[in-house]
Write a protein that binds this ligand. Structure first.
Ligand SMILES: [Zn+2]
Length: 303
């Protein structure tokens, strides 16, 4: 296949390489526009098509509240944690290595840098691209998996630019994939006909998931300990629960620690899918604590 641009920039004709599936799509559907993108390993043409993408989703009766974090990529309300895979760390190390090699070839004040400098520059670009793609691939697959296995997904709508102001490179690396992740959650929500909700992030880590009491803590405090109802939880799990409760509130469903009120049929035992080593014990012993104080949590509706 070949593609000819007639938009007045005089780019001319290019050969177009694509797999059979993409070729089918391009030939069958109406093309709205074409964008050409330059990457370190070549040029790509992006076709914007009108296609309705729906997949039959299975309804599992499961709900999930997601707390995005730095220590773990995310934590859900049952204490299940997902970490960034090790291979991403390894590939970040590769970037550093290539960056070092590049700066060793740099000569100050010399106008055209050496051939070897430019070769290395291109190599670095490709490494960056590979890392970016690995991360993207992982994040998208994770988002798909989360939406497929839950009916309601609630996440925290982080204002990433506020966070970046805070500190450290780790954050800015994470934040890119955070927003990528939530964007793909939204997308898969549409594809599988599931409910995906973003809730405002205010005080999700400070409020108590058991009674709604405001427990002030700093970022370094890793456990949530409520003076009012006596709940002790990992702070990420607490935040995930607060997020889930808020999201379900928007839908008019009450989440009474593991069981969905209102619908009654779908129940999520909080001990199910236990992963956390230390957090399990806490989660296990926890329902009693909450049901004892379940009453004060019911919020007074605004008049
Ligand atoms: Zn409490």
């Amino acid at each position: 296949m070949s593609i000819t641009f007639t938009d007045g920039f005089g780019a001319g004709t290019f050969s177009l390489y694509c797999n059979g599936e993409a070729r089918q799509d391009i030939l069958q559907h109406k093309i709205n526009r074409v964008r050409v993108i330059r990457r370190a390993d070549g040029y790509y043409a992006q076709f914007c098509l009108d296609v309705e993408h729906k997949e039959p989703g299975k309804y599992t009766g499961q709900v999930i509240g997601i707390d995005l974090g730095l220590v773990h990529f995310y934590t859900d309300q049952n204490g299940n944690k997902v970490d960034c895979p090790k291979f991403l760390r390894r590939s970040e190390r590769r970037i550093k290595q290539h960056q070092r090699r590049l700066s060793r070839k740099f000569r100050k004040g010399i106008k055209p840098q050496s051939q070897n400098y430019h070769k290395q520059r291109k190599r670095l670009g490709k490494v960056h691209l590979k890392v970016q793609r690995q991360r993207r691939d992982w994040v998208i697959k994770l988002a798909r998996c989360v939406v497929m296995s839950h009916d309601i997904v609630v996440y925290e709508n982080l204002q990433v630019h506020n966070l970046v102001r805070n500190h450290h490179l780790a954050k800015s690396i994470h934040d890119a994939s955070w927003s990528l992740f939530t964007r793909w959650l939204d997308y898969y929500g549409k594809v599988f006909d599931k409910v995906v909700i973003a809730v405002p992030p205010q005080y999700t880590s400070q409020d108590c998931s058991g009674c709604g009491y405001w427990v002030q803590k700093t970022l370094s405090t890793r456990t949530h300990q409520c003076p009012r109802c006596g709940i002790v939880l990992c702070c990420d799990v607490n935040a995930a629960r607060v997020i889930l409760i808020r999201g379900l509130e928007m839908l008019g469903i009450e989440w009474n620690n593991g069981t969905l009120g209102h619908k009654g049929t779908a129940s999520v035992p909080s001990t199910e899918g236990t992963l956390g080593e230390m957090s399990t014990a806490v989660v296990d012993g926890q329902p009693d604590t909450v049901s004892a104080v379940a009453e004060p949590r019911t919020r007074i509706p605004c008049p």
